[in-house]
Write a protein of this length. Structure first.
Length: 284
């Protein structure tokens, strides 16, 4: 582990999800350690998202990077934010993934040169109220577990008892983490962290990935080609996924992921830098 915790940014990807984004902002307001900057990678949201960001800009260090709505282009939106990052280390959250109040602290504490870190996501089914202005208590989690609303997010929303128990375990933060080696395919785009320079070295996210699916695994595979290793944290770096019906994956993305053999993608950060006019913060 590094002797000195790195300067840390958060990048949140979002698209027209006001409830989810506000839940994240509420949780970020009570973090035990604050990030230096929070970058919003916006894939073309309507003006309500910009108004919400303005509402919280006095409480949080927010920067908004917006692009035109031309379909699902999360990878390109992430690059628009990534090209602006000045911090050493980045935590990635999806716009429906709410951090535990110690998520930033945990990612910083566990940051290790040459590694990326995967946190855990517990799925919360059918529950979108803004309860995250304080961390969910064990009593709250148990109550929703017995209602069948805490599920194992990484198992395609499985709701049988075994998977629900695994989901509950992913929802709990303990005093000590359990770390294990991980593979690129273990990544969940809603809660992981990596060194900024490593992401720059692989040219960021492959903008050819459009539609839902696999841009995170592609990025992890290219980090592995660079020489990075991966760790999965359990009972630390915890987050809560406000679940939704699973989207249909883009079959073209499956073809792209099967051909990930180069460390650097050809259409990544270079495009974000070429089109700065489209990646600056939207003013409303």
């Amino acid at each position: 582990m590094t002797n000195k915790p790195p300067s840390t940014a958060i990048i949140i990807s979002t698209y027209n999800n006001i409830e989810g984004l506000e839940s994240i902002f509420l949780a970020l307001c009570i973090q035990s350690q604050k990030p230096h900057t929070i970058y919003i990678a916006d894939d073309g949201s309507a003006n309500e998202t910009a108004r919400l960001i303005s509402k919280y800009a006095q409480k949080l260090p927010l920067k908004h990077y917006w692009q035109e709505d031309e379909g699902y282009r999360k990878a390109r939106a992430l690059n628009n934010a990534l090209q602006a990052v000045t911090e050493e280390y980045i935590i990635f959250l999806d716009g429906d993934t709410v951090p535990h109040k110690q998520l930033v602290e945990d990612h910083k504490k566990l940051a290790k040169q040459g590694y990326a870190l995967f946190g855990t996501r517990a799925g919360i089914e059918g529950y979108t109220d803004k309860v995250f202005s304080s961390p969910p208590s064990l009593i709250w989690l148990l109550a929703h577990f017995f209602k069948g609303q805490i599920i194992n997010d990484s198992r395609r929303f499985s709701t049988n008892l075994t998977q629900r128990i695994r989901g509950l375990l992913k929802a709990v933060r303990l005093f000590k983490p359990k770390l294990k080696s991980a593979k690129p395919t273990d990544i969940r785009g809603g809660n992981y962290s990596a060194w900024t320079q490593d992401l720059v070295d692989i040219n960021g996210f492959d903008a050819r990935f459009e539609g839902w699916g696999h841009e995170d695994v592609d990025t992890a595979r290219r980090l592995e080609l660079k020489g990075c290793k991966f760790q999965q944290a359990f009972f630390h770096a915890v987050s809560y996924h406000l679940c939704h019906p699973e989207r249909s994956e883009n079959l073209d993305n499956l073809a792209l992921i099967s051909n990930t053999v180069e460390m650097r993608c050809t259409e990544g950060l270079n495009l974000a830098r070429d089109f700065q006019g489209q990646s600056t913060a939207k003013n409303n």
